[in-house]
Design a protein around this ligand. Structure first.
Ligand code: FAD
Length: 468
């Protein structure tokens, strides 16, 4: 008798362990593992350069785990699925849901094909701890305040992670000639190509990262997470975005670690922020482009390309901002505290629209994630749900003095200031001429003068915000 074949449709779940769709399909019969490079996102949300590079390495790792049997296709998912259904007499499609609006539309389109052809559709929640539909207020509306959402979810631990389905590598579609290099994910600008020297990509690397974090950095996370030089955070964000590790795996590993509960709770709370951002995007689909608070729609943003370029290249004259922006360029990552500082600086001191910051992060981050990026940019702008109050304007000088006290982070990414004492490191424009000279700094030549006056731009921002 002919064996029944099921498709496992990989997207942002590029792992084999704790992958509910893969496990369920493996229990069902023979598998055709499929990844489709489908350019269905709207123009503003096409994959950024760093994401493409990460995806390349991630698919390579998954390909190896599946013994070379990951079948790669390019094009419209509906069309590709339709032809596979016909070719292999497919009876089931297994997948883990994604929540970007276009991914939801992509799923709907494939579901229609399934209905028309009698193929069973098995969708799981593999990438989040709680599905956005299952956490609602009593009146069935969605939560808009993080603490209320967290209080609701915290008492319901996510599913216990499943192990890798043994000896399942799936079936190869020998008629398909598309290879990973045909995806052409590495062709972009040279400045982004260093990913491999900074990051190990893939499911195995994600598990190693988690183990390392729990062993070395979870203890002390609550205090340490704010200090960029301490590297106290997990750096799991890109692995989570591409689904090389599941939040349920992280939750349970952290929960059972022999570490104080304050550190564990602080960490799990951050994981819940990730849930909350996906939840908000699911319930407010325009989160990535429209202000949640529409009072912001008429805000008087400035179009200043020189300021924007200075910010992007880490040449604003504010050392902590520049360190963050250069960390982003060099490594595809930026510490969370510094992300808040640079975002506040762009929006509130340079008065540039949060969309510009969102887009730059989108292109440069290895963890670029529509829900997290949009929610956080709107949080800093004050236009979002449960956002920072308008008068909260991060001061890059005092933030540096407080959170990079010894200057290690800033000196690492702004080496032209490395000989400047801590006293002046975060405000070199206040250093006496002699001090600058001894440190080998000529402001305006070896390092920029501040592009705006912090106090003046802060005052202007507050006036503008008050008008809202
Ligand atoms: P850890 O401190 O180890 O936290 C563990 C996990 O919790 C993270 O991996 C992440 O998945 C989640 N998390 C932590 N902080 C947040 C947060 N503020 N919001 C949502 N989830 C969080 N994160 C992204 O994953 N992708 C983005 O595109 C993104 N853009 C951001 C833009 C701005 C302006 C700001 C202020 C923050 C952004 N963040 C984004 C959130 C946060 O900075 C990163 O998730 C975090 O720095 C990742 O480092 P980590 O894994 O070491 O975090």
């Amino acid at each position: 008798m002919k064996k029944e074949i099921s498709i496992v449709w990989f997207r942002q779940d590029l792992r084999l362990s704790d992958n509910p769709a893969f496990v369920a399909a493996a229990a069902h019969g023979e598998i055709l593992p499929v990844y489709i490079l489908d350019d269905c996102a709207p123009v503003a949300c096409k994959m950024g350069n760093r994401s493409k590079i990460w995806l390349h390495h991630s698919l390579k790792a998954l390909q190896e785990s599946l013994g070379g049997n990951l079948n790669l296709y390019k094009g419209n998912s509906r069309v590709v699925m339709q032809s596979l259904i016909e070719q292999y007499d497919i009876k089931n499609i297994f997948l883990n849901s994604c929540y970007e609006p276009w991914h939801a539309e992509q799923e709907d389109a494939v579901k229609v094909v399934c209905n028309q052809t009698g193929v069973a559709w098995h969708a799981f929640n593999g990438n989040y701890m709680w599905s956005p539909e299952e956490v609602l207020k009593n009146d069935r509306s969605f939560y808009k305040v993080f603490t209320a959402y967290k209080n609701k979810t915290y008492g319901y631990p996510p599913r216990v992670p499943s192990k890798i389905a043994k000896n399942v590598i799936g079936k190869k579609d020998n008629t398909n000639k598309i290879t990973l290099s045909d995806f052409d994910l590495l062709s972009e600008s040279q400045q982004y190509q260093n990913i491999e020297s900074v990051w190990a990509v893939g499911e195995k690397a994600a598990q190693k990262k988690l183990t390392f974090f729990i062993k070395n950095n979870l203890s002390g996370y609550k205090q340490g997470r704010d200090y960029p030089a301490q590297e106290h955070t997990s750096k799991l964000s890109p692995y989570l975005h591409f689904g090389e590790i599941s939040p349920a795996q992280i939750w349970h590993a952290v929960d059972k670690a022999d570490v104080g509960s304050a550190d564990k709770q602080a960490f799990l709370s951050e994981l819940i922020w990730r849930e909350f951002s996906c939840y908000l995007l699911h319930h407010f689909k325009a989160l990535y482009k429209d202000n949640f608070k529409n009072a912001f729609d008429n805000f008087a943003w400035k179009d200043n390309q020189d300021f924007l370029k200075a910010w992007q290249s880490g040449m604003t004259g504010y050392p902590l901002v520049d360190a963050g922006m250069r960390q982003l360029l060099q490594t595809g990552y930026m510490h969370n505290r510094v992300r808040m500082v640079v975002a506040s600086f762009l929006i509130k001191n340079l008065n540039i629209h949060w969309h510009e910051g969102r887009d730059w992060f989108w292109d440069c981050l290895v963890d670029a994630d529509l829900a997290n990026n949009s929610m956080n940019w709107q949080w800093v702008a004050g236009s979002g749900v449960d956002a920072a109050p308008y008068f909260r304007i991060f001061n890059p000088t005092t933030q540096g003095e407080k959170f990079d006290r010894d200057g290690d982070y800033t000196r690492k990414f702004v080496p032209e200031l490395k000989n400047l004492s801590n006293k002046y490191l975060f405000k070199p424009w206040t250093a006496p001429e002699k001090v600058l000279e001894e440190a080998g700094i000529v402001l305006g030549k070896t390092y920029p003068k501040p592009i705006v006056d912090f106090a003046g731009s802060r005052k202007k921002a507050l006036e503008l915000y008050k008008k809202l």
